[in-house]
Design a protein around this ligand. Structure first.
Ligand SMILES: Nc1ncnc2c1ncn2[C@@H]1O[C@H](COP(=O)(O)OP(=O)(O)O)[C@@H](O)[C@H]1O
Ligand SMILES: [Mg+2]
Length: 310
């Protein structure tokens, strides 16, 4: 079921007296329920602006946005949505616990419900021992944790997280990832923005890659990180002269414990590589499509686009 739908969204910001800058340049997007969807892109790509448009906090100049099938202008849907902004702006005179209570009451929960939820969430994000300290004493990581707890107070169905692990130490990141996976298992939909690719790779089901206000690629993690013309082949007893022979057939990289990667143009040339191995009586253990990391996919993609722009 589609839970977020953007069609032809355009947002322009005024610059100077007469200039206009297109921050979102025709975005179409669909996010399915009970999944983790990531928007990736370099700084300034338009990720934060897009999230604010989906939340109804920024109005687009063109296009439409529906959340739960309802136009985002309808305020009622906001009760079902949680939001961790990029730089959570927490009232400095409140303690962590008071922040939770404030947002809980603002979201319309009863005093009792707020108390229970607050304690549960402070524990879940592991800041209960800091809960009576005022927020300016918090580290960036603690602020992110509190911001996450705040986003979850009304038990929303969709949670928007803008750079949730930015400034968080590696252990904290892992904990945040675990919380997000648990939320997904509980049936929540998570929409996250990140410029940290390897992070996103670990938890997203689908990603959209954004550059200069456009979604330049979109797909499941598997699709984006499997390259069609690269295979990893494992075989026993690969000798230097067979390696030479292989190199005449395809471009071959590295031989560690009889494993190598072959870059082939198509299936025929993959099979020619396999023929060489079989003709030399080598035992093939496995042939698997090689995986590219999301990061290298992303870097190649953005490089290509920049080249085209020249
Ligand atoms: N309120 C605004 N007024 C003018 N320009 C803005 C405004 N908000 C964002 N921008 C510009 O839009 C572009 C996209 O910004 P943003 O959505 O924050 O990108 P990201 O989150 O991907 O880093 C940037 O060039 C930014 O300077
Ligand atoms: Mg941003």
């Amino acid at each position: 079921m589609t839970i977020i739908e953007c069609k032809g969204v355009v947002k322009k910001f005024r610059t100077g007296w007469t200039g206009k800058f297109t921050a979102i340049d025709g975005v179409d997007l669909e996010v399915k329920r009970e999944s983790i969807f990531g928007i990736l892109g370099p700084n300034g790509a338009g990720k934060t602006t897009l999230v604010k448009i989906i939340l109804g906090l920024v109005l687009p100049d063109e296009g439409s946005v529906k959340v739960f099938g309802t136009d985002v202008k309808d305020y009622k849907i906001r009760d079902r949505v949680g939001y961790l902004p990029e730089n959570p702006n927490l009232p400095p005179y409140l303690t962590g616990r008071q922040v939770m209570e404030l947002f809980g009451r603002l979201s319309g929960l009863s005093r009792e419900a707020v108390k229970t939820r607050t304690e549960e969430l402070l524990k879940e994000v592991k800041i209960e021992q800091w809960a009576n300290k005022k927020t300016p004493t918090y580290s960036k990581g603690m602020i992110q944790r509190l911001g996450l707890a705040q986003a979850l107070i009304s038990d929303p169905d969709i949670i928007f997280l803008d750079e949730p692990t930015d400034g968080v130490d590696p252990i904290g990141r892992k904990e945040i990832r675990q919380i997000l996976l648990e939320l997904k298992n509980r049936g929540k939909t998570i929409f996250l923005n990140s410029h940290l690719l390897s992070e996103t790779e670990m938890i997203c089901d689908r990603v959209g890659i954004m550059d200069k206000g456009k979604i330049v690629a979109e797909g499941g993690m598997k699709e984006l990180t499997t390259t069609s013309n690269k295979y990893s082949i494992k075989c026993k007893n690969l000798t230097p002269d067979i390696f030479e022979k292989l190199n005449e057939t395809a471009s071959i990289k590295s031989t560690l414990d009889g494993t190598f990667e072959a870059f082939v143009e198509n299936l025929e040339s993959l099979n020619r590589v396999l023929d060489v191995l079989r003709n030399n009586n080598l035992l093939i253990e496995s042939v698997t499509p090689a995986k590219q990391s999301l990061e290298s996919y992303f870097i190649d993609l953005i490089k290509d686009i920049r080249e085209e722009d020249k």
